[in-house]
Design a protein around this ligand. Structure first.
Ligand SMILES: *Cc1c(COP(=O)(O)O)cnc(C)c1O
Length: 342
């Protein structure tokens, strides 16, 4: 085995075909045993439920090389659990969490030559997903499904250093109080496309969505949870049943409390509080960037600037970022069960 001839530092976030992908099909009420395949295409009937009624859920995670040269993934049992929850909500059969973990490991191992070396900042992005595959025209769930995992090498999220971003308060809503905001489904992303294109045209990096019932509380962005640091140095993160339970955010809560002695407060956060200067630092968290610092929130022309400024990550978020990435890269001892070796 030899690493592929790829200029890892020049990689962006795009699809590159790797050697193997994992496929398992669900038919007659059960999943088959699943296998790795070379075929990167899927042939489906034109009336497949996924095309007509968007019956599809997904996950996103990374495999990477640690400082001491091991290929690992991070807390993929939580991705497996979350995908079970997403599937249930869309009336899809669950792909069992233990099989999910095994399938991720098999797929990464089969594409080990595409896992970027330590120090490149690049990673192998892993995309498990599942969709209703048989023809359905009356509105009902499919009877047949495919679970699939492909991988693609992606470049460092922050090219040329971490830079705080400016985000806007979106005029669109992301999810309803009893809707599907807490599952990882393509449908939540389809509706966010217009909002993100609009935000980008206006010069903003991301949208912050407010709760759609009252539009007074902070929820999350299209693809990342939000954390704040208050004036006492506590980590405060929004509580809502329409926010996607980010693995990164949940890990940061543990890191804050157990490694850094930072108090974590998980509660509803009003936009009024943010405007009143209750918080000194803000960041978006997700697998891709771990944490993207937010320097400024734009609310219809009014700027809410965080004390941490537009030049660097604030001091508390820097500690959180350094500790979590240290754990991921094997520099700092991880809590039991967080690191999966390939
Ligand atoms: C995937 C996702 C996140 C981030 O979750 P991680 O598990 O940390 O990658 C946050 N919000 C939404 C809406 C997401 O889809």
């Amino acid at each position: 085995m030899a690493k592929k001839d790829i200029d890892w530092s020049q990689l962006g976030f795009g699809y590159i075909k790797t050697d193997k992908r994992y496929v398992s099909n669900f038919k007659d009420g059960k999943w088959d045993s699943g296998a790795l395949t070379d075929d990167d295409t899927i042939a489906l009937n034109e009336c497949a439920c996924v095309f007509q009624y968007a019956q599809t859920v997904f996950e996103g995670l990374k495999a990477y090389t640690t400082e001491d040269g091991r290929i690992v993934t991070f807390r993929i049992d939580l991705n497996g659990e979350r995908m079970e929850e997403s599937a249930k909500r869309l009336e899809m059969p669950e792909f069992p969490k233990d099989r999910f973990v095994d399938a991720v490991i098999q797929t990464v191992r089969a594409n080990a030559d595409f896992v970027p070396p330590f120090g490149s900042g690049a990673t192998l992005y892993v995309r498990p997903f599942m969709f209703g595959s048989n023809p359905v025209i009356g509105v009902k769930p499919a009877d047949e499904y495919q679970f699939r995992i492909f991988t693609t090498p992606v470049g460092p999220y922050f090219k040329g250093g971490v830079k705080p971003i400016t985000v806007k308060i979106s005029d669109f809503d992301r999810s309803a109080p009893r809707g599907t905001g807490d599952i990882k489904a393509g449908l939540n992303y389809a509706m966010s496309l217009h909002a993100i294109v609009t935000a980008h045209k206006e010069g903003f990096a991301e949208n912050i969505y407010l709760d759609s019932a009252t539009r007074t509380k902070i929820e999350e962005t299209g693809g990342a949870n939000i954390i704040f640091i208050d004036t006492d140095g506590n980590m405060v993160t929004p509580l809502s049943n329409s926010i996607l339970p980010s693995v990164t955010r949940r890990s940061l809560m543990t890191v804050a409390e157990d490694y850094l002695g930072i108090k974590v407060i998980h509660r509803e956060i009003t936009f009024e509080e943010v405007k009143s200067g209750a918080f000194t630092e803000c960041g978006l968290c997700g697998t891709a960037a771990v944490i993207s610092p937010v320097g400024c929130i734009n609310d219809h022309g009014n700027e809410i600037r965080f004390a941490s400024g537009m030049d660097q990550m604030g001091p508390v978020i820097t500690k959180l970022y350094d500790t979590l990435t240290g754990i991921q890269m094997g520099r700092i001892e991880a809590p039991k069960g967080w690191i999966f070796e390939i």
